[in-house]
Design a protein around this ligand. Structure first.
Ligand code: SRM
Ligand code: SF4
Length: 559
């Protein structure tokens, strides 16, 4: 077993030395081992990379702080919770609230002595950070579907049930963060995970066709809701999705999940347990780079894996039902859902909520949350939805949104509306290049090029990642930049706009000038030759710029 496995095994169900490390006033950090265990509690130790060299010169320890991530199944919260999360950002974090690509909040820059109060405040807001990171099932994501809002309620209910059902059972979280009673002499037990938890992180996502905003085929376990005449019949089951890869290591790769069958709603929790338990037992515990479910499946064979899932379930999966995805973006502006309620989707650039000149996200949303009586939802595209608004309240919401400059979705070019970027520098320890901070500059340059070809209204899906781990799911971008080194990226092209086809490497390790020079003639060809409603990625494939994908488009069933 790898040393990480031994660490988990000896951690006394995720306690390790975390409590003692937090109490040590001499350093802003905790030990390396505890830094690994603390992820299971929903927080990462980081240091400000902008300050690294200067602090080294001054012989100071790095500027340590913690990133805290909430577990917020389906990304839904009440306005009161919003206000509590906003207060945590003001009291303890350095850069506002950050909506992640998995529909939750992160707070960056929390210093060690504030970590416990931060997590306690999240708990007081009836939320948690438990298992938001770590080798375990993470935040369950779910389609935000304001139009089919009755269907959303059904799917959201299952996302919450899955999330609760698959939470770890250890009391360590309560002991360390919430001053819960210490277990003395009692045996702890993790019935699903066991003492070493999973070999690697595990992610579940739920989509409701025709929308695939949850990028369901990028999940370890993707669930595609099959709804007929308002009734949830069940879910198609897709397994083995994942984005992470390493440059220059062909043994690692992004992979789309394969659809292996269908389960009825009452079978869903058992199905999830079966998939997780096979991965728990079969996943690679020697080599972490090879430990995700996608590699277990490719090593053992999809049919063998499926047979073992069915064996543990005690029955065969039913054949997958037909479905069709239209796109994996968000719909902006107001839409009316069931029961006459209205939903407003707002675009948040790279998910960062801060007060900036002309765009005061924190103040604006604070004012809005004080009067809003519905709920607020985060999307997997780093945006947010003011949901369940009565007709009579729309004007007041619009006024607040307009007054604080939160209506960028009305003004922005189509490519800006659909762009997402991972956090990267300065907090991400794995970043090789800028991403979130580079997005606005890069977009402006792309917009200039697109404008020259009359394409400012073309909805092109752009995704930026600071390294090949793929936190913005860049391998599903029609255009994607994947960081190589400061100022250098791989340019990838040709995914569809529905999360069902991976893109391909087009230029390797190039700078901005080379990226723009490569894209401009492609925009010209697209402007001249695109068919009615044809996406940029689909056009590149038809035009021969991108070769037909080597791997079959996951075993999807198209209506
Ligand atoms: Fe991620 C690691 C940020 C979604 C694949 N991810 C990290 C860390 C924690 C860096 C680290 O390990 O030290 C990043 C923290 C940066 C920071 O300062 O905040 C980080 N990942 C993020 C977020 C915040 C990106 C964002 O801009 O929104 C997303 C938080 C999601 C959440 O709320 O849970 C985020 N990460 C993803 C996704 C997208 C998804 O899940 O839909 C992926 C690709 C899907 C997948 O898992 O395959 C993703 N993150 C990774 C990987 C590669 C995993 C792999 O299998 O190789 C790593 C590195 C690792 O685990 O070793 C990573
Ligand atoms: Fe960091 Fe890489 Fe993830 Fe971006 S893709 S947040 S750089 S780990």
């Amino acid at each position: 077993m790898s040393s990480f496995e031994t660490l988990k095994q000896q951690s006394r169900y995720l306690r390790g030395g975390i409590a003692a490390g937090l109490a040590d006033p001499v350093t802003g950090a905790i030990s390396e081992d505890d830094g690994k265990l603390i992820k299971f509690h929903g927080t990462y130790q980081q240091d400000d990379r902008d300050l690294r060299d200067e602090r080294r010169r001054q012989k100071l320890e790095p500027a340590y702080s913690f990133m805290v991530r909430a577990r917020l199944a389906g990304g839904v919260m009440t306005p009161a919770q919003w206000l509590a999360f906003d207060a945590i950002a003001s009291d303890y974090a350095s850069s506002g609230l950050r909506i992640t690509t998995r529909q939750t909040f992160q707070w960056h820059g929390v210093i060690k002595r504030n970590l416990k109060p931060t997590i306690a405040a999240i708990d007081a807001a009836m939320a948690s950070t438990i298992a938001a990171c770590g080798d375990i099932n993470r935040n369950v994501v779910c389609n935000v579907n304001p139009v089919e809002s009755a269907a959303h309620e059904l799917a959201y209910g299952w996302a919450v049930r899955l999330s609760e059902h698959l939470k770890p059972k250890t009391r360590a979280y309560h002991e360390i963060w919430l001053d819960g009673e210490k277990l003395v002499g009692e045996e702890e037990h993790e019935p699903l995970y066991g003492p070493t938890y999973l070999p690697r992180k595990f992610k579940i996502g739920l989509a409701i066709p025709p929308l695939n905003d949850a990028d369901v085929l990028a999940q370890d376990l993707g669930l595609i809701a099959i709804i007929e005449r308002g009734e949830l019949l069940g879910f198609n089951v897709a397994i083995g999705g994942g984005m992470g890869a390493s440059h220059g290591d062909p043994a690692t790769y992004p992979r789309l999940a394969d659809v292996i069958g269908f389960v009825r709603p009452e079978q869903l929790l058992a199905l999830a347990e079966a998939v997780i338990s096979v991965q728990r037992d079969w996943g690679d515990r020697h080599e972490r780079k090879h430990a995700r479910l996608k590699y277990t499946i490719d090593t053992r064979g999809l049919d063998v894996f499926k047979a073992e899932v069915e064996n543990r379930l005690g029955h065969a999966l039913e054949p997958a039902r037909a479905f069709r995805f239209e796109h994996n973006g968000d719909r902006y502006g107001w839409v009316q859902g069931h029961a006459g309620r209205w939903h407003l989707t707002l675009q948040v650039e790279a998910g960062r909520l801060l007060d900036r000149p002309g765009q005061a996200w924190l103040s604006g949303m604070r004012e809005l949350a004080r009067v809003h009586t519905g709920d607020i939802r985060l999307t997997c595209n780093q945006n947010l939805v003011i949901a369940n608004v009565a007709d009579a309240d729309r004007a007041a919401i619009d006024a607040i949104v307009g007054r604080h400059g939160l209506d960028g979705y009305r003004r922005h070019s189509a490519i800006r509306q659909h762009a997402i970027a991972c956090v990267a520098l300065p907090t991400c320890g794995l970043a090789m290049a800028e991403s979130e901070r580079y997005l606005p500059t890069f977009l402006s340059k792309l917009e200039a090029s697109l404008e020259g070809h009359g394409l400012l209204d073309a909805p092109i899906l752009l995704r930026l990642s600071g390294c090949p781990n793929g936190c913005s799911r860049p391998y599903l971008g029609e255009i994607a930049l994947v960081g190589r080194a400061p100022g250098r990226y791989d340019l990838r092209l040709g995914a569809d706009f529905s999360g069902q086809r991976l893109n391909q490497l087009y230029r390797e390790n190039v700078d901005e000038a080379a990226i723009l020079a490569a894209l401009d003639p492609l925009f010209a060809r697209y402007a001249a030759g695109r068919g009615e409603g044809e996406g940029f990625g689909d056009f590149l494939l038809r035009d021969g710029v991108i070769a037909p994908p080597p791997r079959r488009i996951a075993a999807t069933v198209t209506a």
